[in-house]
Design a protein around this ligand. Structure first.
Ligand code: FES
Length: 115
């Protein structure tokens, strides 16, 4: 288990329930979803079908429905549900003392990278 440093994003209360907060990191758009039961999930904000903005979709349970053509994506695994195939990248998130933290370490090049 790695204990990579997490990035502090926002207060949990700043994310609509249910709903999403959008951030940019490492050149990609990431949606941080808050469910009706106050669980948070980080996913790339790009539907595996045709790139729709999942952050504009409807969150229900631990899933989001894409606003463009209604694919349903699991917030836990990033996988399309039902007959649809595809997967969106996920990022580990955590709630600590009412703050939402996310692990973005894989987007940051290592500081000691050789040129
Ligand atoms: S782009 Fe998301 S369902 Fe088509």
């Amino acid at each position: 288990m790695s204990h990579a440093p997490l990035t502090d994003l926002a207060a949990l209360e700043d994310i609509p329930r249910p709903g999403a907060l959008r951030i940019m990191a490492g050149g990609i758009r990431i949606a941080v979803f808050r469910t009706g039961s106050d669980t948070v999930y980080g996913l790339e904000d790009r539907c595996p079908h045709k790139g729709g903005p999942l952050s504009d979709g409807m969150v229900h349970g631990a899933c989001v429905t894409c606003p463009l053509h209604n694919w349903t994506i699991s917030l836990e695994t990033g996988r399309a549900q039902g007959a649809d195939a595809g997967r969106v990248r996920t990022f580990r998130t955590e709630i600590r003392d009412g703050r939402v933290l996310i692990d973005l370490t894989e987007l940051v090049p290592p500081l000691n990278a050789t040129r």
